[in-house]
Design a protein around this ligand. Structure first.
Ligand SMILES: Nc1ncnc2c1ncn2[C@@H]1O[C@H](COP(=O)(O)OP(=O)(O)OP(=O)(O)O)[C@@H](O)[C@H]1O
Ligand SMILES: [Mg+2]
Length: 359
């Protein structure tokens, strides 16, 4: 399997690969949506690689370039278009002609440029800054965003007409925690890639318990975070055999409970987390990810049963108490942060005998 291969046998990942196979050979515009580090760029590369297009894939990250410069980056400029424009320069659209143009973080494209982008996509021609001539381009557009563009449209930050132009063939990449079964394969691929790229010693070997630990973690930074963790492991423990304990204590930020501990341990650990006051020594805990609902999928791998009603009530109580704490006891504010009606929150506080925090 190649280094830039999209690894994973989960249904979700198989779907992503199937969509790539369908769309790659065509000129259809693709919109890749996924949270940070889920593999959007890798998907874009795979689309280009599996297409018959002879040119290069040209990428531009719309959020990394100041908006004043973005237009000339995209469309190029004519000589004399502005002070400093000593000779003509092609933009990314022209450079990508015959290849693939990858517009990364398109959700961050400034509104005035969105109109120009729309025009370029519709007419398949561009105008360089300071030039009046329409230049035809052979365009294959792949866009990516970690944002919810539909919400940006509601907020007036993204043009609906542009969204419909780019959302022709959407590919959604799920979070890593939702496809935890892929983790062992991805770790294997990452170990190989890291060893090759960084000239570091032999990677460590993660035993079954270490892998379980990886599969239980929430991965807020998704595959990119997993990659960092594997790279850290290669540096800290070259060639060693690593167990769950190493993963918990040295590689992940969150101290997750041990699976052999009694049933309540999982819950106790998460309540402890909320109760510990933030201070400098604890800042790692402040960044710690929260338990992800999909983690419950593995519950019966570790325990025989669960008192579901009691467990869910305990979750409610902790969240209500935390919301009241945050709002300094103001019930309507707490209700807002829980997206509950004020009266519903008061009923729940009565039912669970929750007091407002004493100030
Ligand atoms: N399914 C996968 N199999 C193997 N490696 C993967 C997979 N998905 C992502 N990666 C690796 O994870 C890292 C992050 O991927 P990538 O840069 O494509 O994510 P991204 O969604 O573009 O991230 P960002 O939102 O930060 O721009 C890369 O090193 C990539 O090679
Ligand atoms: Mg990216």
């Amino acid at each position: 399997m190649g280094e830039n291969e999209l690894v994973g046998q989960s249904a979700a990942m198989r779907d992503v690969r199937r969509l790539i196979d369908i769309a790659a050979p065509t000129k259809t515009t693709i919109l890749i949506q996924g949270a940070t580090g889920t593999g959007k760029e890798l998907v874009a590369r795979s689309i280009h690689k599996n297409s018959p297009r002879k040119g290069e894939m040209i990428s531009i990250n719309c959020s990394a370039i100041p908006s004043e410069l973005l237009e000339s980056e995209l469309f190029g400029y004519e000589k004399g278009a502005f002070t400093g424009a000593e000779k003509m320069r092609q933009g990314r659209f022209e450079m990508a002609s015959g290849g693939t143009l990858f517009l990364d973080e398109i959700g961050d494209m400034p509104l005035p440029l969105q109109a120009k982008l729309l025009r370029a996509i519709e007419s398949r021609t561009i105008q360089r800054v300071g030039g009046g001539k329409d230049i035809p381009i052979d365009l294959r557009l792949v866009c990516a965003t970690h944002q919810n563009i539909e919400a940006d449209i509601e907020a007036g930050k993204f043009r609906a007409d542009l969204f419909y132009r780019i959302n022709v063939f959407p590919i959604k990449i799920p979070e890593l925690a939702e496809r935890a079964v892929d983790i062992p394969q991805i770790v294997k691929a990452l170990k190989k890639a890291i060893e090759k790229q960084n000239e570091i010693g032999p990677p460590p070997d993660f035993d079954e318990s270490a892998m379980q630990e990886f599969m239980r973690y929430t991965w807020p930074g998704n595959v990119r975070e997993l990659r960092n963790v594997v790279e850290r492991a290669c540096l800290l423990f070259p060639g060693s055999k690593l167990e769950a304990k190493h993963v918990r204590e040295h590689l992940l930020r969150l101290r997750a409970p041990d699976p052999v501990e009694e049933q309540d341990a999982l819950w106790a650990a998460t309540t402890d987390l909320g109760a510990s006051p933030p201070d400098d020594a604890n800042s790692a805990v402040m960044e710690a990810p929260l338990p992800h609902p999909t983690h419950y999928k593995d519950w019966f791998a570790f325990f025989d049963n669960i008192d579901l009603r009691r467990h869910l009530q305990e979750v409610e109580v902790v969240l209500i108490e935390a919301a009241l704490e945050k709002s300094d006891g103001m019930v309507s504010l707490a209700a807002d942060s829980l997206k509950l009606r004020r009266t519903t929150l008061i009923e729940k506080m009565k039912k669970f005998l929750i007091q407002k925090p004493t100030l």
